[in-house]
Ligand binder design. Structure first.
Ligand code: SAM
Length: 236
């Protein structure tokens, strides 16, 4: 069980661990391992019982923008292994008896107490319906997406996939959000993050980008936050 979410970690000081290259380890996996072993957020996640270092991104975004509130109905797109669910459940006061948060991921994952988890591809045609059904057909107050399409190494293909996924998430959000609702999505700098922001401006009262400290500086990822959904009338 994770400790209750609190402010972002002050980077726990630790001695730097060096990883020797092994015969069967590629250079990039050696670099990945070294980064994991020296990452204070990975250490904090382990110490505080979070399933992922990504949990701290949501904690930091919420500390600053305060969107997770008791009683909310929430959809978490790309929820595995469950760090964001662990952060959100106590803040929205979702319980096993009355779960008000549903997560979806095509990867198998351990359950998170107080959350409904669906193992399913969000690209599936019936995914939106299945998610809405899990919330008893009621509108959501927050749709959050930490999804990242798997990369192929072919840049143009990867680019198209990333854009398609976040646009699908945005369309879903404008279908299921109640007026006043919030949409948060991981986007990548250098993609269409500004085009998407502009189109969402018509549907939400406030839209902006935010990069939490837990998001690695050398990563192009950032988060789009859109608050104050204007409701059905704002849709095309
Ligand atoms: C960065 S991880 C999410 C981490 C999560 N927020 C947490 O705190 O543990 C991104 C997730 O998106 C999922 N994902 C990517 N594309 C997806 C899709 N089309 N449908 C469902 N899940 C998807 C991946 O399987 C992966 O688990």
């Amino acid at each position: 069980m994770a400790k209750s979410p609190k402010s972002s970690p002050s980077a726990t000081r630790q001695l730097k661990t060096r990883v020797k290259t092994a015969k069967r380890r590629t250079n990039s996996s050696t670099r990945w391992l070294q980064r994991q072993l020296n990452d204070p957020y990975v250490t904090r996640a382990r110490e505080e019982g979070y399933k992922s270092r990504a949990a701290f991104k949501l904690i930091e975004l919420n500390d600053k923008h305060n969107f997770l509130k008791p009683g909310m109905r929430v959809v978490d797109l790309g929820c595995a292994p469950g760090g964001w669910l662990q952060v959100a459940v106590p803040l929205i006061k979702s319980t096993p008896e009355n779960p008000t948060i549903v997560g979806i991921d095509y990867l198998e994952m351990e359950p998170v107490t107080g959350a409904i988890v669906l193992q399913k591809d969000f690209n599936d045609d019936d995914a939106p319906d299945v998610l809405i059904k899990a919330l008893d057909g009621q509108k959501a107050n927050l749709v959050m997406s930490d999804m990242a399409a798997p990369t192929t190494g072919h840049k143009p293909t990867d680019h198209i996939r990333i854009i398609a996924l976040v646009e699908l998430a945005a369309d879903f959000a404008t279908d299921v959000l109640a007026p006043g609702g919030t949409f948060i999505a991981k986007v990548f700098q250098g993609g269409t993050e500004h085009t998407l922001l502009t189109s969402l401006k018509q549907k939400f009262t406030k839209t902006f980008h935010a990069k939490p400290p837990a998001s690695r500086k050398d990563s192009a990822e950032t988060y789009l936050i859109a608050t104050g959904f204007k409701g059905e009338l704002s849709k095309d």
